[in-house]
Design a protein around this ligand. Structure first.
Ligand code: AVJ
Length: 323
C-alpha cells in the first residue's frame, strides 16, 4: 500500500493530551484514541472475537448480507474513504460489491500505523481496488481524499464499528457537521451505530471473562510508560466498565487501588491519585434509531436507509449529503 504520511499531528501531541487529561480538576481523563498502538490494536482484534462483544459480528452480518444493496443506492463512480480502517475485514464486502461495477480507489485513514498495515494485508488480494492509506486524523485525511477526487466521482465515507460513539453527544454533532462540510451534495456516509440493549449484555461486552478488555484498557497506561517514560504500576489499577444511564453510554475507567504518585517525565508531570479515584478512558454511546435520524437531520444529511441486526441490535445507516 502506498501510505501517505501527513504530519498534521505535532510529535508531542500525545504528551500534551496526557498532561491536559490528568491535570483536570475533578474527573481525570485520557483520550480513547490513544488505545491503538501496536499492542492495543492487537488486543482490539481479540476483543472483536470475544463471545461477549457482539458489535463486530453484527456488522459483519450486516455488510455481508447487504453490501450489494448498499452500493446499488450509490451512482458510480465512487471513491471510498474509511475513517479508522481497523483490519479492513468488514470493509471487504463493500469493496467487493463496488468492484463488480468498476475499479475503485480505497483510502483508509488511520492514526495508528499498525492498524493501517493490518488493513492493507487483509485487503491487498482484492483485484481492481487501489489502496492509498493516510496516517493522520480522520478529517485531515478526508480533506486529502476530497482534494484528489475527480469530476463526477462520488465519495463514500465509511465510519464503521460504532466508533462515532466515542464522541460525546455535542462532539459527535460537531464532528458530523465538519465531515459534511468536506463532502459535496450527493456524497454518502455509511455510519454504524451500536444500539441500546439490556445493561447486563453491554457490561459483559466491556468487561469480558478473559480480561482482554481490561488489558486493552490498562495498555493505555503501559503505553504512557513506554512512550513518555512514566512509572504507572499497572497492578495498582482496576478495570471498570459501567453503564451511564444519563448519557446512555458505556464508560471505561481505570481505578486506583491505592494512594499513589505517578511521574510522567516526558509530559512534565507528577500526578497524585487517591485510593478509589478513576481515570476515565472511554465513552461508547448506545443509540436509538430515532436518535440517528435526528442526528442526520442536524448535520446536513438525509438518512436513505438503515440495516438492522436483530441478534445484536446494531445499525448501519446510509446517509446522503444534502444541499
Ligand atoms: C472500536 C470504539 C467501537 O467503543 O466498542 C471495545 C472500542 N472499547 N471494547 C467500542 C472498545 C472497549 C470500540 N470501538
Amino acid at each position: 500500500m502506498l501510505t501517505s504520511l501527513i504530519p498534521t499531528t505535532a510529535p508531542n501531541e500525545f504528551a500534551l493530551d496526557v498532561r491536559h487529561g490528568l491535570l483536570k480538576t475533578g474527573q481525570k481523563e485520557l483520550p480513547s484514541k490513544y488505545f491503538y498502538d501496536a499492542t492495543g490494536s492487537a488486543l482490539f482484534e481479540v476483543i472483536c472475537q470475544l463471545p461477549e462483544y457482539g458489535l463486530t459480528r453484527a456488522e459483519e452480518r450486516l455488510l455481508s448480507h447487504h453490501a450489494k444493496e448498499i452500493v446499488d443506492i450509490l451512482p458510480g463512480p465512487v471513491v471510498v474513504a474509511e475513517l479508522g480502517s481497523g483490519t479492513g475485514k468488514k470493509t471487504r464486502f463493500v469493496l467487493e460489491a463496488l468492484c463488480e461495477r468498476q475499479p475503485t480507489s480505497y483510502h483508509p485513514i488511520e492514526l495508528s500505523a499498525s492498524a493501517l498495515a493490518m488493513c492493507e494485508r487483509e485487503l491487498r488480494d482484492i483485484n481492481c481496488i487501489s489502496i492509498v492509506g493516510f496516517e493522520t486524523e480522520y478529517l485531515n485525511g478526508l480533506l486529502e481524499v476530497a482534494a484528489r477526487r475527480k469530476e463526477g466521482e462520488h465519495l463514500l465515507v465509511l465510519f464503521l464499528g460504532s466508533t462515532i460513539g466515542n464522541f460525546d453527544g455535542e462532539a459527535s454533532i460537531a464532528f458530523l457537521k465538519r465531515l459534511r462540510s468536506i463532502l459535496w451534495e450527493g456524497d454518502a456516509l455509511l455510519l454504524a451505530a451500536d444500539l441500546e440493549k439490556p445493561v447486563e449484555r453491554l457490561v459483559a461486552a466491556y468487561d469480558d471473562a478473559l480480561g482482554v478488555t481490561a488489558a486493552f484498557n490498562r495498555n493505555l497506561l503501559a503505553r504512557i510508560n513506554r512512550e513518555l517514560g512514566a512509572d504507572f504500576d499497572l497492578a495498582q489499577f482496576a478495570h471498570l466498565a459501567i453503564y451511564n444511564e444519563q448519557t446512555r453510554s458505556m464508560e471505561m475507567h481505570l481505578r486506583a487501588q491505592s494512594n499513589q504518585v505517578v511521574s510522567i517525565p516526558q509530559a512534565g508531570l507528577q500526578v497524585a491519585l487517591g485510593l478509589g479515584e478513576t481515570i476515565w478512558t472511554e465513552t461508547s454511546h448506545k443509540y436509538s434509531r430515532n436518535e440517528l435520524l435526528w442526528m442526520a437531520s442536524q448535520t446536513g444529511f438525509r438518512c436513505e436507509a438503515q440495516w438492522l441486526d436483530q441478534e445484536w441490535p446494531f445499525v448501519d445507516s446510509l446517509w446522503i449529503a444534502q444541499s
